[in-house]
Design a binder for this molecule. Structure first.
Ligand code: SF4
Length: 173
């Protein structure tokens, strides 16, 4: 669906200086964490080591930036030379980012969200084409609920990719 709407705009992302992998997204589901970790576990040990090292660095820099009252824009530790090395396992927001969208919040009015800077540069003058994120969030919520029923886990989950990569699985489950 994302690709169909992006194609309809004629929007093509091939990396940019305002890379969305520099944005500090939080992820809120255990299922995305486990899926990312599944992909991570299949990487060569040397690459895992390198990524863990980068993830630790990212976490430290973010803490420093926060202490200094700054908003951090630090590259995700999974981004290597402009490409995501766990592309097939990336979290949902990494798949949805970039084009203008709408979301029907269960308790509020419809929320409209903008495209990224690169989208604005390429297609900002074009008329909005419907891209509704709601079904994706609903499906994710359903999967998360099933997983939590199976595992009995009730704790809230909120982590960046860098935090997910340095976290021990045993401390989560
Ligand atoms: S997980 Fe992949 S796509 Fe998502 S921010 Fe990190 S490098 Fe970018």
């Amino acid at each position: 669906m994302y690709d169909a709407v992006a194609d309809a705009y004629g929007f093509h992302c091939s990396g940019c200086s305002d890379n969305c992998c520099l944005t500090r997204f939080f992820h809120h589901t255990l299922i995305e964490f486990l899926y990312l970790r599944k992909g991570f576990a299949d990487l060569d040990e040397s690459i895992r080591e390198e990524v863990r090292y980068r993830a630790l660095n990212v976490n430290e820099k973010v803490l420093c930036a926060e202490d200094g009252g700054h908003v951090s824009r630090i590259m995700c530790p999974l981004n290597r030379e402009g490409l995501c090395i766990l592309y097939e396992y990336r979290p949902m927001i990494c798949r949805l980012h970039g084009i203008p969208h709408e979301f029907q919040h269960p308790a509020r009015n419809k929320i409209l969200g903008p495209g990224c800077h690169e989208f604005d540069a390429q297609c900002g003058q074009k008329q909005y084409l419907t891209f509704n994120r709601t079904p994706f969030y609903q499906q994710m919520a359903l999967l998360e609920r099933r997983l939590r029923e199976m595992t009995g886990m009730t704790d809230k989950f909120k982590k960046t990719v860098a935090q997910m990569l340095v976290k021990d699985l045993e401390k989560i489950l």
